[in-house]
Design a protein around this ligand. Structure first.
Ligand SMILES: Nc1ncnc2c1ncn2[C@@H]1O[C@H](COP(=O)(O)OP(=O)(O)OP(=O)(O)O)[C@@H](O)[C@H]1O
Ligand SMILES: [Mg+2]
Length: 362
């Protein structure tokens, strides 16, 4: 086994602790060489970083084995003492050599025991590393899936929204116009009233379709950006629910941000405003959007009933998808998400995301 193939280095702190323990127990000199034969831990500290000649020779020969350092070796090599040396084998390779000074036969069991101890420690740290790596890979995969799901969902919504906007709305508009023309040709009477009622129904349906299309994916978001789309959404929300909404967009007018940021914050705004109607019984809402130090921060606050934040942790699986969804969207953009609330004290959610994409170094 040539020395250059050796790969796993021993932790010097760990090695030194082990050396101290064994040396104190034996009252002997103990040292550990790394896979190149360099002493990385020694009871006599001044010898650290000297090459342990005997171990270095053994490693260089490529023949890894236990060995005694004899009187002859002491005379031949500089800086070595009589003792017993045991290679530390890990995953079939030599990670280093541990040496205990003294009469070789007496030192041998201690050196072997210490080597086994180091091997066990290496194995356990390798196992831990493997687990951590597996966990990281799983988390990365989850992030990729989540990104993909959100992208597919957004694309699907965009398609349906365009279809509703371009096809269904056009057809309904033709029907409305047709019914109006028909009603004009009919003169008075009950039949005309029925046609007009049908026209009103079609007009109402057109409004609903329009609202649905906007809810799914506002054309404005793609065309004019977050600020314009948020303004429009809030305006129609305030009208629909007769809820005053104070808007503070701090001088952001036509500024555009990267699409992921715009979509994420728009969806968070939608969910937060929906939650207010569903749960808050609020009298006043405030929406703020602020850019500062390369980050964009959205705050949606209400003066409603608030809630116990701990209830989110105890909620059943599959519940609280709205808040989880907001949190996930922000996390995917490496941002920060916070909820401030208490029973009777209103609720404020804050989502802050970096404007520039983080370089993942991949
Ligand atoms: N603005 C708010 N005011 C009062 N309570 C709120 C507010 N926002 C959220 N909550 C509370 O937090 C819970 C979790 O909200 P979340 O949006 O995650 O779920 P949800 O709205 O109940 O259901 P959905 O999954 O459809 O969004 C709500 O059930 C409600 O009790
Ligand atoms: Mg919700």
């Amino acid at each position: 086994m040539p020395a250059k193939e050796l790969y796993r280095s021993l932790d010097p702190h760990f090695s030194q602790t082990l050396v101290d323990i064994v040396a104190a127990e034996l009252n002997k000199n103990v040292n550990i060489c790394d896979h190149k034969g360099v002493i990385i831990a020694s009871f006599s500290k001044e010898r650290i970083s000297q090459v342990h000649e005997c171990a270095a020779n053994m490693l260089a020969s490529g023949h890894i084995h236990e060995f005694s350092v004899t009187e002859d070796d002491v005379a031949r090599y500089k800086g070595v003492r009589k003792g017993f040396n045991v290679p530390i084998i890990f995953e079939g390779r030599c990670a280093g050599v541990i040496g205990v000074t003294g009469e070789p036969e007496a030192a041998a069991p201690y050196a072997r025991l210490a080597a086994r101890f180091v091997q066990a420690a290496l194995e356990s740290s390798a196992r831990q590393e493997k687990l951590v790596r597996a966990l990281q890979e799983k988390e990365e995969l989850q992030t990729i899936f989540l990104n993909k799901i959100i992208a597919v969902q957004e694309e699907e919504r965009r398609k349906i929204s365009r279809e509703l906007h371009d096809e269904t709305s056009q057809a309904l508009t033709s029907i409305i116009v047709g019914l109006r023309v028909l009603s004009e040709q009919m003169g008075g009477g009950e039949e005309r009233a029925r046609v007009l009622a049908m026209r009103d129904l079609a007009a109402k349906t057109l409004e609903d379709v329009h609202r649905l299309a906007v809810e799914l994916r506002p054309v404005l978001l793609d065309d004019l950006g977050l600020v314009a789309a948020a303004h429009k959404y809030i305006e129609s929300y305030a009208n629909q629910y007769s809820l005053p909404v104070d808007i503070d967009f701090a001088g952001l007018s036509r500024e555009r941000f990267r699409p992921e940021v715009e979509i994420a914050l728009y969806r968070i705004l939608q969910e937060a405003l929906t939650n207010i109607v569903k749960h808050a019984r609020a009298g006043q809402v405030r929406v703020a959007l602020k850019k500062s130090r390369g980050r964009l921060r959205l705050t949606v606050a209400d003066d409603g009933v608030g809630f116990e934040i701990a209830s989110l942790q105890t909620a059943a699986a599959g519940a609280c998808l709205g808040i989880h969804g907001m949190r996930e969207r922000v996390a995917l953009l490496d941002g920060a998400f916070a909820i401030q609330t208490a029973p009777g004290a209103g609720t404020a959610i804050t989502a802050e995301v970096p404007l520039k994409e983080k370089n993942h170094g991949r």
